[in-house]
Design a protein around this ligand. Structure first.
Ligand code: ADP
Ligand code: MG
Length: 396
């Protein structure tokens, strides 16, 4: 069911509390290293301003410890300054999230004005989902918008208890969350077939539930990345010194038994003498990883095979790099899969922290249908979980 969006909200002359995800990557001195998360919120923010509303923005940033000195880099000042540049209007940064300072700044807010509150995780009540804290935050505004997809899998106060303080008709999702939910609906309920999932990354243990749940829908599940070697080992195939989760061999066996008919494993590997730049490398067959060598990437025959399958797909979802792409010698598989998605006419969705980073790094983010802004939230959605933060937003 589609949710009420900011389009359905009466914002004219109103103060909208927007839970954004301004948890941007930071430079060592606390600057904004990458402002994509701020940019992605702009459509929702502009919609509210254009329709005569004003904005109270709240987000977390980093992992504050509670020590004011150590937490300095996690204050929202630099984020607020970057937002002001991007949106081209004055932005007032308040040094508290609730309390008299926040109340004064929000009280003085005029039509078209923008307030950025202090890092919401500076308050102990946030992580605990504390209702008292939520009431204080909600009292600052007339309505609530959730545009923080990356935090939707968390039951923190600003995600659940805060919207609960508003009448249902004053709660909505923003455009960013709307777009994420639309693509998830396609992936989970209405995919065009052939439907192909590409799964890689560091650990099979992180992805078991995703593989289980997606295998109900997909026609093929292409495996790459380090999880390959846990599957191979589970089949009794030698994997040299490749990364294996020794305690997950049973789980891998179980998956092979249950959904093995859909799983496609690499037919060759790029192996290296050591798992780092400058290593000696060679290509070996599926079951030919030599003793003492590390499986670091899928090989060229696998790349060709997977690229063909992707080119014939109607829908493709990709999570997890095909190799240790951060090292150039081991990046070819991940780059080729990113390219195959970019070249495909299928609906193509990429999610997961490093997977999204990889498509950005290869300059292909604009050529896939969707790059999810939520690593954990995207994966948990693919596992079939639903979130309290979205249950509290009424359906249309
Ligand atoms: P995502 O964040 O997209 O969900 P993961 O966190 O599961 O992806 O895994 C990403 C990491 O997996 C990358 O940093 C990459 O270096 C690592 N990785 C992938 N393949 C291998 C491999 N063969 N050996 C070691 N590490 C690998
Ligand atoms: Mg990751």
């Amino acid at each position: 069911m589609p949710k009420r969006t900011v389009r359905d909200l009466d914002v004219s002359g109103k103060k909208a509390l927007v839970r954004v995800d301004f948890n941007v990557p930071q430079t060592p001195d606390g600057g904004v290293a990458d402002d994509r998360r701020i940019q992605s919120a702009l459509p929702t923010l502009r919609e509210i301003l254009d329709r005569g509303g004003s904005l109270i923005l709240v987000s977390h940033l980093g992992r504050p410890t509670g020590d004011p000195v150590a937490d300095r880099p996690f204050r929202m000042d630099r984020v607020a300054a970057r937002l002001q540049e991007l949106i081209g209007r004055p932005v007032v940064k308040v040094d508290d999230t609730v309390g008299p300072l926040a109340a004064a700044a929000c009280g003085a807010l005029k039509k078209g004005g923008i307030v950025v509150l202090e890092n919401v995780r500076f308050n102990k009540g946030e992580k605990k989902g504390d209702v008292g804290f939520a009431k204080q935050l909600a009292a600052l505004a007339d309505c609530y918008v959730n545009d923080a997809f990356g935090t939707c899998h968390r039951d923190e106060a600003s995600m659940v208890a805060v919207p609960e303080q508003f009448p249902p008709e004053k709660r909505a999702i923003g455009f960013l969350v709307e777009k994420e939910l639309q693509i998830l609906e396609t992936l989970l309920s209405a995919p065009r077939h052939p439907y192909v999932a590409v799964m890689g990354g560091a650990k099979v243990s992180d992805k078991i539930s995703v593989i289980e749940n997606l295998s109900k829908q997909v026609d093929k599940l292409l495996i790459g990345g380090a999880m390959t070697y846990t599957f191979l080992k589970a089949r009794g195939i030698p994997v040299g010194k490749s990364k294996v989760e020794a305690d997950k061999l049973d789980v891998a066996k179980g998956l092979l038994d249950r959904v093995g008919n859909k799983l496609v494993l690499p037919v060759d590997h790029l192996v290296a003498s050591k798992p780092e730049a400058g290593a000696e490398t060679k290509i070996v067959g599926a079951a030919e990883i030599p003793d003492g060598w590390f499986g670091m990437d899928i090989g060229p025959a696998t790349i060709a095979n997977y690229s063909t399958i992707i080119s014939q797909a109607g829908t493709v979802v990709w999570n997890g790099p095909m190799g240790m792409f951060e090292v150039e010698e081991f990046a070819a598989g991940t780059r080729a899969i990113a390219q195959a998605l970019a070249d495909s006419r299928a609906v193509t969705a990429v999610g997961g922290g490093e997977s999204a980073e990889a498509v950005e790094k290869f300059g292909l983010a604009d050529r896939v249908s969707h790059v999810s802004t939520g690593g954990g939230a995207f994966l948990e959605s693919l596992e079939g979980k639903s979130f309290n933060s979205l249950k509290v937003i009424p359906d249309l």
